[in-house]
Structure formats: C-alpha cells, structure tokens
Design a binder for this molecule. Structure first.
Ligand SMILES: Cc1cc2nc3c(=O)[nH]c(=O)nc-3n(C[C@H](O)[C@H](O)[C@H](O)COP(=O)(O)OP(=O)(O)OC[C@H]3O[C@@H](n4cnc5c(N)ncnc54)[C@H](O)[C@@H]3O)c2cc1C
Length: 502
C-alpha cells in the first residue's frame, strides 16, 4: 500500500519487521523482494508521487571539488528516487574490479564477481532487460562490422538503456497492491537510533512538521551514498570509515577527434535502438593495459556535436528536460530552432525509426568523452556541514578529491584511443585541456569489506558496530570501476533481500 505521512496522526508509533529508508533504485529493488511474503516492510520516502521543488531543498549541501549544484541536479526526492532523472544505462561491473589490484590502494571487493552473477540476472529482470548482452554481439545483431581494435589494449562494452527508467512509475501499482510493503510518502528519516550496539528505531519528519517513529527488527538505509553517510554521521552511528572513500566518475571531453569521414565513426559508435531499448558502444581500457600502465578502469566514446543552434541539439535539450519532468528553458526558441531545422531533422527521424540507428548528419565537431574510475581515497569524503536543513539537521558537506592516478588514467585512455584510431584510420585524436565534472554517480561512503579498519559495513552491508542496521546502494562499493553503478547496486540490494529473508 502507499500512504502519506501527512495522513497519519502526529507522533504516530509504527512497528514493522524491516524499515527501508529511501524508495529509489536500491529501496525499490529491495522492497520488491518482500511484496508477497509474511515479512512486513515500511518503505520511507522523503518525496511524493511527483517531483516537487519543495523537496529539492533537502538535497542541498556544501561541496568542494565538484559543483554544489550536483547535489540537487544529481539527486531526486520522489517515489523512484534519482531514477526520475537517470538515463537508464545498465552494464555489469567488470570482473577485474572485484580483485585487489596491487597498483590501486584500497582496491578489491570482499567477494568476486561470481557472488553477484545470479543477482545481476534478477536486477536485469527488475529493469526489464533480461537476455541482453553487453559486448560486440550487439553490433553483430544490427549488422555493424566490428572495428578491429587490439583487444590487449581496448575492448568494447555496450551500455543497455532500460526501456522504463523511472522505477517509481514502473512499480507504483505493485507497491499499491502489496499488503506486506507499506510505502510512506513525504516521510523523511532524520535520525536513526540504536541502543547497546543494536538498531532500535528511525525518527521521521513530514513537511508539515509532523513526526513519527518507526521501530523495526532491521533497518536498511537506501537514501543514496551522500544521504546514507549524512544520516549515520548525524545519528553518531558507525565507525570512522563512514563518509570516507567517496567516489564518482570523473567525466571530461578529454580530446578532439579530427576526421573527414565522420559518418564512419557515427556508423560504429552511434546509438542503436530496438524495442524501446538503446545501446551505446564504448571503448574500454583492457585489463592487461590497466596492469601494464598501472592505471584504473576507463571508458570513452566519440560525441558528435551539431552546434547549439541546430535542430538536433534543440530537440535533445527538449527531450532531456521532458525526461526530467522540467519545462525546457526558452521552449519557444527551442521549438523555433526545431521548426527551422526540420528538413535536416527529417532524415534523422527516418534513420532512427526505420533503421533504428542514430543520426548520420555531418557533425560540427567530434570530441572524445572519457568516463573514468577514480581510486578509492579515504580523504575524499562526506562530512556534516554547519548549515542545517528545514528539520534542523546538518546538511552534508562533500569533498570530492581526485588523485594523480585518476588524472593519469584519462590521459592513458586518450593516448590509447589515439593510437588505435590512427592505426585503423578512424580519425586523429588530440588531447585537449578540459574541465572534469562528476557524473552524478555518488559511490563509496559506507564501503563493504572484511577489515573494520577500512570498511564501514561488513560483506553483507551491515553497518559496523550497529547490529540490525544495513546500508544499500552504491555507498557499499569498495572500488567503483568505470561502470555506471545502478545495475550493480540493484543486484546488491536484491542480494541483501535474500540475506534479510534468511
Ligand atoms: C542525470 C542523471 C543520469 C544518470 N544516468 C545513469 C545511468 O545511465 N546509469 C546509471 O547506472 N546511473 C545513472 N545515474 C545514477 C543513478 O540515478 C543512481 O545511481 C541511482 O538512482 C541510485 O539509486 P539509490 O536508490 O541509491 O538512490 P536514489 O535513486 O537517489 O534514491 C534515494 C531515495 O531515497 C530518498 N531519501 C533520501 N534521503 C531520505 C531520508 N532521509 N528519508 C527518506 N527518504 C530519503 C530520496 O528521496 C530518494 O527517493 C544518473 C543520475 C543522474 C542524476
């Protein structure tokens, strides 16, 4: 069932088996595991059924090393969480990320990729991408010839964009019908309480000042990597590792690609479409090369720019705004650009609908976007700010720190693509100074591990020093890899569901 905290009496005392804080990708993946059984779940969600600017203020905070806007633009408080904004690109983590790498301090997971394998299959079902593959077989199925990159230097991986990215909308009916799972909207957890090292209760506040207390046998924090750390720190729970090892994916247009045959690049590296699913081919540093050059994982792909005034870029901006349920800035101007460029847009639409391929219109310029792993770093961290939110709770302070190894990784990626593109006649790749930004992929902060000195949670995700309290989401990742995090965090959440049931 789905309820609103504002309909409960002030000071309500609720009791359940499992309390989950946050109904985003992790919270919904976990709660769905309990839809039909006897275990009673209360799923607390700070937002409502639709995105609302009033709730956005709760995502504010201080930031260094990244823009503070990332905290509000890169997180959403609504049923479905940030899946209301995400692109929906799914890809399992590379097996190499689970192994300790002797040239990457604090690398390795407490288990290898075989542990997650069955949970990836269940996560794919959650995102409705069962049976998809993530490698060059995608090109084969579209009749695209594979470029002969040297597999000891570069490999290709495809992200699979799920067809229904907003999980709140996709699973709302299921949640409404469930007797076991009770969703409470507009219910922000402000404190977690524990007694004698055991989880006890969560204090909840509503936007109208109403409070409630949820007592449970077990509690799972699934509010995202920044919020999980903030809640633990504000509640004085967990060990000194909480908030540390904060990671994101350094993103940058690190190079330009000069080619007199851009159509060939578009043919190979353009998006592919089939039955509501999109596929994006990416170049990835081969594990052998990462080892020989002592760098991290990294992906890269050519980006085709058509000029801000072009109908293609205008329609992309409108599409992105609508997907984020925002009104496009200067809609009139965008529609004017689209109308004026309609003759150029028509073959793009035709190619998309009939050939299920992206535009092959001559671009103004091509850049190489790199999307890198960052090394786990205890000094890159989330702490508490002096500023407070509307409930009087401390806002998060995010200090995102990159290391020389992170920067070197993007350089090696550019050098490697330059060598391979040059050899294959695909274009001349030239490094350019470029701004590095985060990718809205907040990770780390409650990392799992076997050693309490370097982990905030044990290999099941249980918070150290607090029995019965767990974390879910990408905050658990000890090392992030270059891969977009959500398929993996959903697989981990489903794994936690099995653990809680047992
Ligand atoms: C523009 C954009 C594009 C992205 N593209 C991709 C992509 O293509 N692929 C990919 O893998 N990832 C992508 N991401 C990242 C992806 O959205 C996140 O990895 C994912 O949503 C994280 O899931 P989560 O459940 O941990 O957190 P969220 O989805 O953020 O959900 C957390 C939920 O908890 C709620 N909450 C927070 N604090 C509290 C509290 N105290 N009490 C109650 N409720 C609370 C929030 O309201 C929210 O609903 C993208 C993100 C953005 C912004």
């Amino acid at each position: 069932m789905i309820e609103d905290l504002r309909r409960l009496e002030d000071g309500a005392e609720l009791e359940t088996d499992v309390c989950v804080v946050g109904a985003g990708a992790a919270g919904i993946a976990l709660a769905r595991e309990f839809l039909a059984g006897d275990t009673r779940v209360i799923l607390l969600e700070s937002g409502g059924l639709r995105s609302d600017r009033a709730e956005e203020a709760l995502n504010e905070g201080e930031a260094a090393g990244m823009s503070a806007d990332s905290l509000t633009e890169g997180r959403e408080r609504v049923l479905g969480g940030t899946t209301a904004l995400w692109a929906g690109q799914c890809l399992p983590a590379e097996p190499s990320v689970f192994e300790p790498r002797d040239w990457v301090a604090h690398s390795g997971w407490p288990f290898d990729e075989r542990e997650l394998e069955p949970f990836y299959r269940r996560a794919e079902a959650l995102f409705r991408i069962e049976g998809e593959v993530y490698d060059e077989r995608v090109w084969d199925s579209f009749g695209v010839e594979r470029p002969a990159v040297d597999p000891s230097r570069l490999v290709h991986r495809f992200t699979v964009w799920c067809p229904h990215p907003q999980l709140g909308r996709l699973y709302r009916k299921e949640l409404e019908r469930s007797a076991a799972v009770r969703v409470l909207l507009h219910a922000t957890a402000t404190r977690v309480r524990a007694t004698s090292g055991r989880f006890e209760a969560v204090t909840v506040r509503g936007p109208d000042g109403r409070t409630a207390t949820v007592r449970a046998r077990r509690c799972v924090l699934a509010g995202g990597a920044i919020e999980n750390a903030r809640l633990l720190l504000a509640s004085g729970l967990g060990n000194d590792v909480v908030g540390r090892y904060f990671q994101d994916h350094p993103n940058s247009h690190s190079a330009t690609v000069e080619t007199d045959r851009p159509a060939r690049l578009q043919e190979i590296y353009g998006l592919l479409y089939r039955r509501g699913v999109r596929y994006l081919p990416r170049l990835v540093l081969a594990p052998e090369l990462q080892r020989s050059h002592q760098v991290l994982g990294c992906a890269a792909y050519p980006v085709f720019h058509f000029g801000d005034e072009s109908a293609i870029e205008a329609s992309r901006r409108v599409y992105r705004a609508l997907r984020g349920r925002r009104r496009p800035e200067s809609l009139g101007r965008e529609l004017g650009l689209i109308a004026r460029g309609a003759p150029r847009l028509a073959p793009v639409v035709y190619r998309r609908v009939v050939h299920r391929r992206a535009a092959r219109v001559r671009p103004e310029r091509v850049t190489l976007q790199t999307h890198a792993e960052q090394a786990p770093n205890p000094d890159s961290r989330v702490t508490l700010s002096q500023r407070r939110d509307e409930f009087g709770e401390p806002l998060p302070k995010v200090d995102w720190r990159l290391t020389d190894l992170d920067r070197r990784t993007a350089e090696v990626m550019v050098e490697t693509v330059a060598a391979e593109f040059g050899r294959l006649g695909l274009g001349e790749v030239r490094a350019q100074p470029a701004q590095v930004s985060d990718a809205f992929h907040q990770m780390g902060t409650t990392r799992m591990g076997s050693d309490p000195a370097t982990s905030a949670t044990d290999p099941d995700g249980q918070v150290r020093e607090v029995a019965g309290l767990y974390a879910a989401g990408a905050s658990l990742f000890p090392a992030a890899g270059y891969v977009n995090p959500t398929l993996t965090l959903a697989a981990l959440a489903i794994r936690l569901g099995d653990h809680l049931k047992s």
